[in-house]
Design a protein around this ligand. Sequence first.
Ligand code: BV8
Length: 248
Amino acid sequence: MPYYQHIVILTGAGISAESGLGTFRDVDGLWTKYDLNEVATPQGFARNPEFVHAFYNARRTNLLEAKPNAGHDALARLEREVEATVTVVTQNIDNLHERAGSTNVIHMHGELLKVRCHAAHHVMAWEADLDVNTPCSLCTEEGRAATGIPEHLGSLRPHVVWFGEVPMEMDRIYPELNTCDLFLSIGTSGSVYPAAGFIEEVRSRGRAHTAELNLEPSEGQSLFAEKIYGPATEVVPTYVDKFVSALS
Ligand code: BV8
């Protein structure tokens, strides 16, 4: 196992599947039950904010009952036990990486346990249900009224990135991709951009080893040097064990 100095790990819904959180495009995935245009776009929220709040309220409740799995635990162990820097860039809006002990996590699609106000973009930790009548505790009524935000949208929205919105922390992510010497992609179908294009960004630098660890081949599978298929709770710990034992 070569000596790596900077490891970047992209994760998707597949790493949280065995914690009981739904994926999007699997047989029983969220996008088979909901139209993503209705629940994961600004237009859908403007049309029916209460329906979108109910969608995220159900996922927030599910997350609060979920626990990190052996896949999350293995990535936290990797960070603890190797000298290399380990950066997790997650498409997921759950907090299971952090609860497993990973400390360097970038949420490019936001976080389910945070909300943001329309008026001043105040971001707050949030575990309760949200509806259009929930006020922003940091805004004055005058401040909110001055924004001209339609009343029916209420004051708060989930702090997540919807389709058509700009992902978060891209100015942190691209330098990570351009300097890593190991790029792992775990539990993602490789169907949503810009995350799905990260493997090409890494390959364009020509200096990193790349591996896909997934239940099945992703849309970008041909671009990875190494491919390991199976459930994350099996293939991720096995990969990390091999990695850590090669260092000892
Ligand atoms: C952007 C947060 C510009 C919300 C999500 C028209 C207009 C505007 C944009 C576009 C457009 N057409 C296309 C686009 C781009 C668009 C896009 O890619 N659309 C797709 C549908 C084609 N992207 C955007 O709009 C993005 N913004 O482009 O802005 C820009 C670009 C660059 C730089 C600056 C600005 C914003 C996209 C973010 C949308 N928000 N989530 C929420 O969660 O509710 S997307 C959501 O789906 C996830 O966050 C994730 O990112 C994405 C993909 O999901 P995956 O994580 O891969 O999950 P999936 O179910 O697909 O796959 C699961 C995988 O796990 C499978 O492979 C399965 O085999 C595997 N698996 C299952 N079980 C296990 C397992 N693996 C291991 N173990 C298991 N047990």
